[in-house]
Design a binder for this molecule. Structure first.
Ligand code: HC1
Ligand code: SF4
Length: 569
């Protein structure tokens, strides 16, 4: 067995690419800015320096392990080097930390504290670049950038977009969209993953918290809200509760939202059930007539923009269904003014999402009617956590309460949407579940679950074998699309989510440092499914009622008007 010695302790290793991973496995938090297990090693920040006996001081992230290597993770010289690096970064940094969105989760701040930095020995050289406020999803503040390149590598290596890159040299180096454009005019699809990996406040989700507080305090307005499936799987993390039970967390969320003054609290999982009913109906139709196959899911707005911008000839392959957020907005604007007795213009619809691209989606012209957006404001899970803090509510102590009806009722199918593979599983429960009820519905199609970024499955429906692909990460999606175009593969149904792990890994969620946290979120949603009474979206009694009352049949004209839309190029 291969081993090495870390701080006098013998440690075995297998296939780790570098000694940083082995050191971290030993629960030693080596500081880094530019190392992400999901990305290529870059080795620019030099913070992960360790002493390797006989070889001197080396960056752990780019040093492969060798048998019997002797490593020290700390000594006087290393400590001083780390301090100098962080002080140099701080000398160049806009240090208005108290008003920074990354405050508390900022790694620069954390390191300065950990290294005991109490003075900065270098003369400040402050950049004064304008902030990029061009998009509704993200804010770019170059004055907070530490040039680690994590955002650049994520955008290129995982999303295959390359919307941002390094420009200029030496002290004038910056990270920005090419040709000095703003983000809005770049190819950015607003997935926000660059902001998730950004260690400082240089890239952050754009907040709509103050707009929502303003609406809540306007006596003329009625304000309703709905939470996305993935939010319940992660909100607790913002308060130190990793892996909280999903039903419990959702119940606390409802209580917190009522305390803030929202007039009704609903669940996007309800409209996710509706999405499945429509999307599965569309799929069965396409299977019949063979048109625009394979069918692509359309609930991830970053993926939709990706198809529109790179594969305009495949726009018809996208399901015409609006996302659950889009369906919720149009149904809410249709039924809630009467229920709440307000004019349409005074009904404010807020959604809480794990996602930054949903902010962009809500502003797409197809999701507005008569000059009013169906969804007025989109808050991320992070923003919502701040509102809870601002309200002075102690999350751990909040008692659970129930969602409002009718749009608070969901089946497990609408909850697992938040996981990569969840949409597919819910569609399968709809398409082929008119079968044997004694089969455990929450396990029947779980072969579509998994952690890999590209998964394939075959399913028999009515004697026909269907081929399905489940994909996360847009680079993986690009691969699949290329294979289809080159006739290398044939599929019937393809689910794509831009973010690793699906929505639960969205950039609006509390930032996770460790992949294991993401896995816990996935589990929370699958467990949540098990505890709910119903699992097949078509069994949702309130969805059925809406079809009876005004939608007619899946795919009807009214359903098309309210629940579908055209994608554009
Ligand atoms: Fe998602 Fe969806 S699953 S896109 O990941 O289809 O954001 O959670 O709300 O709309 O339901 C996100 C999550 C979310 C939509 C649903
Ligand atoms: Fe790239 Fe996504 Fe960031 Fe846009 S939001 S720059 S697509 S990583």
């Amino acid at each position: 067995e291969k081993h090495l010695i870390i701080n006098n302790k013998t440690v075995s290793f297998d296939n780790e690419k570098n000694i940083l991973e082995i050191i971290r496995k030993e629960n030693i938090e080596l500081p880094t800015f530019c190392y992400h297990s999901e990305l290529s090693a870059y080795g620019s920040c030099r913070l992960c320096m360790v002493e390797v006996e006989g070889r001197g001081i080396l960056p752990a992230c780019s040093t492969p392990p060798e048998n019997a290597m002797k490593i020290r993770t700390n000594n006087e010289q290393i400590r001083e080097m780390r301090k100098i690096i962080v002080e140099l970064l701080l000398a160049n940094h806009d240090k208005r930390c108290t008003t920074c969105r990354k405050s508390e989760t900022c790694q620069l701040q954390t390191l300065a504290r950990r290294l005991g930095i109490d003075t900065i020995r270098f003369r400040p050289v402050l950049k004064k670049e304008p902030k990029d406020l061009s998009t509704h999803a993200l804010v770019r503040d170059p004055n907070k950038c530490v040039l680690c390149g994590d955002c650049v590598r994520f955008c290129e290596e995982v999303q295959s977009i390359g919307a941002i890159d390094f420009a200029n040299r030496g002290p004038n180096s910056v990270v920005c969209p090419s040709f000095g454009k703003d983000l809005e005019s770049s190819e950015c699809v607003y997935c926000g993953q660059c902001a998730r990996v950004c260690p400082t406040g240089a890239l952050t989700p754009k907040s709509e918290v103050s707009l929502v507080w303003k609406a809540l305090s306007d006596p003329k307005k009625k304000v309703i809200v709905a939470i996305a499936p993935a939010v319940r799987a992660a909100i607790g993390e913002a308060f130190g509760l990793v892996g909280e039970n999903g039903t419990e967390a959702a119940g606390k969320i409802v209580t917190a939202l009522r305390a803030m003054g929202f007039d009704k609290v609903f669940d996007i999982s309800f409209s996710a059930d509706m999405t499945i009913v429509e999307e599965a109906n569309e799929f069965v139709e396409r299977l019949g007539n063979g048109k625009s196959m394979p069918q692509f899911t359309s609930c991830c707005p970053a993926w939709v923009k990706f198809v529109e911008q790179y594969y305009p000839d495949m726009i018809e392959n996208l399901s015409s269904c609006r996302s659950p957020q889009g369906m919720f907005g149009s149904i809410a604007k249709k039924i809630m003014p009467d229920i709440l007795e307000v004019p349409k213009e005074d009904l404010v619809v807020v959604s809480i999402m794990p996602c930054t691209a949903k902010k962009f989606e809500a502003r797409r012209s197809e999701l507005s009617k008569d000059g009013l957006q169906d969804i007025d404001y989109v808050l991320t899970t992070q923003e919502f956590a701040r509102m809870i803090e601002e309200s002075g509510l102690r999350f751990a102590e909040i008692e659970a309460s129930a969602f409002d009806m009718p749009m608070g009722f969901k089946t497990g199918g609408g909850v697992i949407f938040g996981n990569s593979g969840g949409v597919t599983e819910a569609v399968l429960r709809n398409v082929i579940s008119k079968t044997n009820d004694s089969v455990d519905e929450t396990e029947q199609f779980n072969f579509v679950r998994g952690e890999d970024g590209i998964r394939e499955a075959k399913v028999n429906v009515g004697g026909k074998e269907l081929k399905i692909a489940i994909v996360y990460g847009l680079k993986n999606a690009r691969q699949i699309v290329r294979d289809i175009k080159a006739d290398k593969s044939r599929y019937d149904f393809i689910e794509v989510m831009a973010c690793p792990g699906g929505c639960i890994g969205g950039a609006g969620q509390p930032v996770y440092k460790d992949l294991s946290v993401r896995k816990v979120r996935t589990k929370v949603l699958y467990e949540n499914d098990k505890t709910l009474e119903l699992h097949k979206p078509q069994d949702n009694p309130y969805v059925r009622e809406m079809y009876q009352q005004f939608l007619g049949k899946p795919g009807s004209n009214v359903a098309h008007e309210l629940l579908h839309s055209k994608h554009s190029n």
